[in-house]
Design a protein around this ligand. Structure first.
Ligand code: CP3
Length: 336
C-alpha cells in the first residue's frame, strides 16, 4: 500500500513528506517547459508534459508523494467557462452563464478532462509503488469565488454580491459539488491514491455563511469519498479556531493545517484525524538554521501521532530548490 494511503487508512505514524505546489515555478525545469507552453490550461491538458512536470520534484527530491500537475480551475473550464492565466493578475474567468452551466452532463465533462485522467495513468505507471499519487479538487466555495468573481480584491470578499446572489450561489454550489464528485471518481479510477480538497478561500467566508458554504459542501464531498472508500484530505485554509468545528462536522481522514494554527492546539483539538502540513512556506526563504528550527517544531510536536510533513500553503515561486533539498534531507535524518 502506498505511503499516504497507509497513514490515512490505518492511522499509523510513519515518515512522509511532500509539498503543496512542489511542481511549479520555483523549479527551473518547470520554467523551461512553461516558457514554450504559454497557454496554462493547454499545458494541463497535455498528458505527457503534465506527467513529466508531476515527476520533476520526485526525481529531484525523492518525495513520498507526487501531486498531479493540473489546477483547481479545470472544473470551471470543463463546465464551459473560459479560464486564462495572465501574468500578475491571477486567473481570469469569463462570466458564468447559468443556462449553459446546467446544460452540462457527465459524459461531456469527463471527455473534456480526459487528458488529466490520462496524465494520472501515465504517472502512476512511472511512479515507484512505495509512493502515493495525490489528486485534488478545489472545494466548491473556493471554485465559486473564481466562477462568480466574488472578491473585491485579493483579500476581501464582495459581501454585497454574496447577499444579492444567494439563489444563484445555491444552484452553482449544487452543480459544482456534483461535478467535483465525478472528477474525484475519474481521477481515482485513473490511478490516483488519495484526493485533497483545497478550500483556499474558506477564510473569507463570513461566520453566518460558514456552515452553508464551507462545512456542508466539504461534508457532501467527504461523504461521497467515504461511500467510495477514497482516502481524503481537507484543507479549509484560514478559518482559524473553526478548524475544530470543521473537523468535527466534516470528519475527513486527514486535515491540512495552515501557518496560523498553533501546533499544540491542533494536536489536542484535531486528535483522531491525521494532520498534515502547517509550516509557513516563507520559512524556506530564511537561513538554514531558522528553517531547520521551524521544521523541528512541527516534527517534534507531532511525533508519535499520524502526521504528514508539508506546508501551510504552497511553495513560493521565489523558493530556492536547494532549500527544499536541504529541508527534505533534514526531515529524513531527524531523530531528536
Ligand atoms: O504542485 C502542485 O501542487 C500541483 C499542481 C497545482 C497547481 N495549482 C498548479 C499551478 C495545484 C494543487 C494547484 C491548486 C490551486 N490552483 C489552488 C489551491 C491551492 C492554493 O494555492 O491556494 C488555487 C487557488 C489555484 C488557482 C490558481 N492557479 C492560481 C491563483 C494561479 C495563479 C497564481 C499562482 O499561485 O501561481 C494558478 C496557476 C498555477 N497553478 C500555477 C501552477 C504551477 C502557476 C502557473 C504559471 O504561471 O506557471
Amino acid at each position: 500500500m502506498s505511503n499516504i494511503k497507509n497513514i490515512l487508512l490505518n492511522k499509523v505514524s510513519c515518515k512522509s513528506i511532500w509539498f503543496m505546489r512542489q511542481a511549479g515555478r520555483y523549479l527551473p525545469e518547470f520554467r523551461a517547459i512553461r516558457s514554450t507552453n504559454k497557454d496554462f490550461i493547454k499545458l494541463c491538458l497535455n498528458s505527457e508534459l503534465s506527467s513529466e512536470i508531476t515527476l520533476q520534484p520526485i526525481k529531484r527530491f525523492d518525495l513520498d508523494s507526487a501531486i498531479i500537475f493540473s489546477d483547481i480551475l479545470m472544473i470551471p473550464f470543463a463546465l464551459g467557462q473560459n479560464v486564462s492565466f495572465n501574468k500578475d493578475h491571477g486567473p481570469e474567468l469569463s462570466n458564468l452563464d447559468l443556462k449553459l452551466l446546467l446544460e452540462n452532463n457527465e459524459k461531456k465533462f469527463t471527455e473534456k478532462l480526459n487528458p488529466v485522467y490520462k496524465a494520472i495513468e501515465i504517472t502512476k505507471k512511472k511512479l515507484n509503488k512505495s509512493k502515493s499519487l495525490i489528486s485534488f479538487i478545489g472545494a466548491p466555495w473556493t471554485l465559486l469565488v473564481y466562477m462568480l468573481g466574488l472578491r473585491k480584491n485579493k483579500y476581501e470578499l464582495n459581501v454585497a454580491k454574496l447577499n444579492q446572489n444567494k439563489l444563484l450561489i445555491e444552484r452553482v454550489l449544487e452543480t459544482v459539488i456534483n461535478y467535483s464528485c465525478i472528477h474525484i471518481k475519474n481521477q481515482i479510477n485513473a490511478g490516483a491514491d488519495v484526493v485533497q480538497i483545497f478550500d483556499s478561500w474558506a477564510g473569507l467566508i463570513p461566520t453566518n455563511f460558514i456552515r452553508d458554504y464551507c462545512y456542508t459542501p466539504n461534508l457532501k464531498i467527504i461523504e461521497f469519498c467515504k461511500k467510495e472508500k477514497i482516502p481524503n484530505i481537507c484543507f479549509p485554509k484560514g478559518i482559524k479556531k473553526k478548524y475544530e468545528e470543521f473537523n468535527k462536522i466534516v470528519k475527513p481522514d486527514c486535515i491540512n493545517i495552515d501557518a496560523d494554527i498553533d501546533l499544540v492546539w491542533a494536536k489536542e483539538k484535531l486528535s483522531g484525524t491525521v494532520i498534515q502540513g502547517g509550516m509557513d512556506p516563507n520559512v524556506l526563504l530564511k537561513d538554514d538554521k531558522e528553517m531547520f528550527k521551524a521544521a523541528s517544531k512541527y516534527i517534534q510536536t507531532f511525533r508519535g501521532i499520524p502526521y504528514i510533513f508539508n506546508l501551510g500553503h504552497g511553495l513560493l515561486p521565489q523558493t530556492d530548490p536547494v532549500k527544499v533539498e536541504k529541508l527534505v534531507k533534514f526531515y529524513r535524518n531527524f531523530n531528536g
